[in-house]
Design a protein around this ligand. Structure first.
Ligand code: SAM
Length: 338
């Protein structure tokens, strides 16, 4: 089936095609098969680059129950070519029915289920998360210095995150660490974090800062770029670039003892291979972080026949995807789930 829709974003026409029942290609040939599901905006941290204060995390009054959200996920898996799910937020480990939700997603028969967390509540949940079917966890960790951690995150204790990392390793979860590198704030910790990750056999990914939320249109954007990260690492490690999956957001590097990645949001945007769709906790689809115009699908919960309308809405949503580069947004990442 092939159809064309007109996106509201100017005159861009997005055509998309479902190959058989399982692949959905957009007009740029991107196979949109990854879904990020936000379980809610609540968070127990207030990272300086994500929000202006902890009060910015206003729970959405229209948040769906986890069983309704699960039904929407299942529709997207059945009808729209989604094969990989990542659970995010807000902070997903704060969600009361997280384990039930993962269990339900597991029963959809998807290829993989991942979760992104700040790790504060991970040590007590790691074993249950593994048991219920979670495959992998990305833990955000911007500093190994307790004071700096607190300065950047405005809340939470570093020690708890480090315990979470150990428990997740013991539970057999695949782990990645995410470090957002910010000039003048934690760039001096680039190598420390890599040492820490390599010692534990974990892949660390450096995230270039994105112009979102409080950083959108800021005059002094404290970007610490991919080339600067590589230069710093090069003083301590020999590194070599290796292949990454074609739709990976990270460029991947080998160093003696392990690998690391860099997600070069600013210096080498990867929108042309982006395969992600997002579902917010109130049942809105978001195709692109740069154009976070939501397309609602929650009314489909009450419909019998959903396939054609659902796919029309998915197509509308992905029509907003940028072809080449992220252009920034005033919406904070915790509102859409990254
Ligand atoms: N609470 C979870 C966590 O801390 O990982 C999940 C939600 S958080 C919004 C998802 C990811 O977005 C985190 O790794 C965070 O560091 C990243 N993030 C938030 N704002 C960002 C920005 N302006 N630039 C780059 N990454 C950002």
């Amino acid at each position: 089936m092939v159809c064309k829709t007109m996106g509201d974003s100017g005159n861009r026409i997005a055509s998309h095609a479902w190959k058989g029942d399982s692949h959905m290609l957009d007009s740029f040939g991107r196979n949109i098969n990854k879904l990020r599901v936000s379980l809610g905006e609540s968070c127990n941290m207030a990272c300086t680059y994500c929000v202006t204060s902890i009060k910015d995390h206003i729970p959405d009054p229209n948040v769906l129950s986890s069983s309704d959200l699960l039904k929407l996920v299942s529709l997207l898996v059945q009808h729209s070519g989604i094969t990989k799910i990542r659970i995010t937020g807000g902070e997903p480990l704060l969600h009361r029915d997280l384990l039930g939700f993962i269990d339900g997603v597991r029963q959809q028969g998807v290829e993989s289920i991942g979760l992104t967390t700040n790790g504060l509540n991970l040590s007590k949940l790691a074993v249950s998360l593994k048991e219920v079917g979670l495959d992998s966890v990305n833990i955000s960790l911007d500093s190994l210095d307790a004071e700096n951690f607190r300065r950047l995150g405005r809340a939470g204790r570093l020690e708890r995150v480090l315990e979470g990392v150990e428990e997740a390793l013991n539970a057999g979860l695949r782990i990645k660490l995410n470090m957002v590198v910010i000039r003048g704030a934690n760039d001096h910790e680039v190598v420390d974090l890599l040492d820490y990750a390599i010692e534990r056999g974990i892949e660390l990914r450096y995230l270039e800062l994105m112009r979102m939320g409080p950083l959108f249109q800021t005059e002094k954007f404290p970007l610490f770029s991919m080339s600067e990260i590589l230069e710093l690492i090069g003083k301590h490690y020999t590194w070599r670039k290796v292949d990454a999956e074609h739709d990976a957001t990270a460029q991947r590097y080998w160093v003696p003892g392990g690998y690391f990645g860099i997600i070069p949001n600013e210096s080498e945007p990867f929108c042309s291979t982006c395969s992600r769709l997002r579902l917010t906790s109130s049942g809105q689809l978001v195709g692109c972080l740069s154009n976070p115009t939501p397309t609602s699908i929650h009314h489909l919960l009450n419909q019998q026949e959903v396939a054609s309308e659902l796919n029309e809405r998915v197509a509308h949503s992905i029509a907003f995807k940028e072809p080449v580069a992220f252009t920034g947004s005033n919406l904070g990442m915790s509102r859409i789930g990254g």
